[in-house]
Design a protein around this ligand. Structure first.
Ligand code: AMP
Length: 221
């Protein structure tokens, strides 16, 4: 059975870090819509040029554009035996479209990473990202230091300044948090405590996925 994992949680919950780690371990692609958009901005594609201002304000790119991006990405051969989705869906309309895309495929396993608001604000204010390869560095890494992966310079994300962080959290509560209710009723839904050290979160994530996998097997009969 393919492992089709979806990570939910507010910005700063550690979705990207955990998705990256888990995908590498299981040798399945990590599909991050934020990374796809940042790449489109960097290479100045049409989508990127339109998305930049929206991202810099902390708002959401349109459902239509995002659903098109994800539909195309999930059809690629490397995603057939599983994937980790990070940052999508972010609205109920995106979740409904994802259900249609996944109709003939193995069920989604959905893990919600829960972190208190004050911890999110602290993390988002002190995290950095490599300006060359886009890899996220650990919270508290020094801006200006070298990326552990490619040696590029670590910078603050342009949408991690305080005003934009507050807007992104507001957008999360308004548009993305309803997804928890959307998925909670499924036997493949689990939530984990994201306010722990990354290794503990990774262990809880693996356990939650194993338990949810049993739920998925039940769904399949
Ligand atoms: P992230 O790296 O997931 O925090 O995404 C960075 C920004 O990209 C978000 O603040 C949005 O502007 C945009 N974005 C990423 N994923 C989505 C999505 N599924 N729907 C709409 N906008 C998105």
């Amino acid at each position: 059975m393919a492992l089709n994992l979806l990570m939910l949680g507010p910005p700063g919950a550690g979705k990207g870090t955990q998705a990256e780690r888990f995908a590498k371990e299981r040798r399945i692609p990590k599909i991050s819509t934020g990374d796809i958009l940042r790449e489109a901005v960097a290479t100045k594609t049409e989508v990127g040029q339109r998305a930049k201002a929206i991202m810099d304000r902390g708002e959401l790119v349109s459902d239509e554009v995002m659903i098109g991006i994800v539909r195309e990405r999930l059809e690629r051969p490397d995603a057939v035996s599983g994937f980790v989705l990070d940052g999508f869906p972010r609205t109920v309309a995106q979740a409904a479209a994802l259900d249609r895309i996944m109709a003939e495929r193995d069920p989604l396993i959905v893990v919600d990473i829960v972190v208190p608001e004050d911890e999110l604000v602290r993390r988002l204010g002190t995290r950095s990202i490599c300006r060359l390869c886009g890899t996220g560095a650990s919270v508290g890494s020094t801006v200006g230091a070298a990326c552990g992966k490619c040696g590029g310079r670590l910078v603050q994300r342009t949408d991690d300044n305080q005003a934009v962080v507050l807007e992104r959290l507001k957008v999360y509560h308004r548009q993305s948090e309803p997804l928890v209710e959307y998925y909670r009723v499924r036997p493949t839904f689990r939530s984990i405590d994201g306010a722990q050290p990354p290794d503990r979160v990774a262990a809880d994530l693996a356990a939650a996925i194993a338990a949810a996998g049993n739920g998925a097997a039940g769904v399949q009969g």
